[in-house]
Design a protein around this ligand. Structure first.
Ligand SMILES: [Zn+2]
Length: 337
């Protein structure tokens, strides 16, 4: 049985659902908070496969220490041996087995990977959808036609030029006003036809040139944005894990693994690893982590361990918000049974 199936079977047990409903409320009144916390974590360790348990503990700690426990997080482990992780959908974090394997035994490093992806979510670093990209391309084409129309309009020197310019607008389907109703026939004869067709071809070529240039600028701007997002997520991860009490150097240990990847030296959608390492080192040097640790400790002290369930997607572990994951129990608590 795969780990995932084992976990799914475990989660299907009503006993587990019951014991994880709002532990702070359901725990015996004579139990100290520390005893409640220990019993919840011990139970989680028994129920969850090893990596899921570790990731649950990491997210529980990061979310509570940083006031990010107002939402449900989801974590999914992918079986492929890739050295990678990602943020997608709503608050879903994916980790490949490869990165978990390479960082096994180093909870601060794995916390850094998780916190980096949490930062992508909290900072709303959301990639453009195919529909948005298509809309952008349509907008580029429209702008290119308008630009050519403007060029034609500004270049027209006489009334004939204006009429031919109008014909271009019509051929190119632009929206610029002018003599768009004027037909090439008005210029008279095949010579006018030839001149108009030739000018139309020139204008069309110019439109294509502008589209190519604008699309290149668009692609570059996306690359710049994604690289900036990576730096922001690295910085966010450092703060999140420091606040949760993990060693910030864990982020450098992640980079030590990524540095061995074939593309590490190059800027791709991500900045090169040496650049990220330099940035992280300077952030670690200038960050006042003592203050962050104190603030995190206070938040952890004042909150209870988060609960978890198998997500309704049946593939990921859902780490519930501080409200818990049982809507029925929430209604009972608010309005009585
Ligand atoms: Zn990232």
């Amino acid at each position: 049985m795969s780990l995932l199936k084992k976990a799914a079977a475990l989660f299907a047990s009503s006993a587990i659902l019951a014991c994880h409903s709002l532990p702070a409320i359901s725990a015996p009144v004579n139990q100290t908070k520390s005893e409640q916390t220990n019993s919840i974590y011990q139970k989680a360790k028994q129920e969850l496969p090893g990596d899921w348990y570790a990731l649950y503990r990491i997210i529980d700690r990061i979310a509570r220490a940083n006031n990010l426990d107002d939402k449900n997080w989801r974590i999914r482990i992918l079986s492929s041996y890739q050295i990678n992780a990602f943020a997608t959908e709503v608050n879903l974090i994916g980790l490949f087995n490869g990165i978990l394997d390479q960082l096994a035994g180093d909870s601060a490093a794995i916390a850094c990977v998780v916190a980096h992806e949490m930062s992508h979510h909290t900072e709303r670093h959301i990639a453009l959808t195919p529909v948005q990209i298509l809309e952008k391309k349509k907008q580029i084409e429209k702008e290119a036609r308008e630009q050519v129309n403007e060029e034609i309009q500004s270049a027209k020197g006489d009334i004939v030029g204006a009429k031919i310019g109008g014909a271009f607008v019509s051929i190119l389907g632009g929206a610029i006003g002018g003599d768009t109703g004027y037909t090439v026939g008005s210029l008279g004869g095949s010579a006018a036809d030839t001149a108009s067709n030739s000018r139309a071809a020139v204008a069309q070529k110019r439109v294509q040139e502008i589209i190519a240039q604008k699309e290149q600028e668009f692609a570059l701007s996306i690359l710049e944005t994604t690289r900036r997002h990576e730096f922001e997520a690295d910085e966010g991860a450092l703060k999140l894990i420091a606040t949760a009490g993990f060693d910030p150097q864990g982020c450098l240990r992640v980079m030590a693994i990524l540095k061995n990847m074939p593309t590490a030296e190059f800027d791709t959608t991500h900045p090169s690893i040496p650049k990220r390492i330099d940035r992280l080192k300077s952030l670690i040097a200038e960050n006042q982590t003592e203050y962050l640790v104190l603030r995190g400790k206070k938040e952890l002290f004042e909150s209870f361990p988060l609960t978890y369930n198998l997500s309704k997607d049946r593939l990921s572990l859902r780490i519930n918000s501080s409200r818990g994951g049982d809507t029925g129990a929430d209604i009972d608590r608010l309005f009585g049974q």
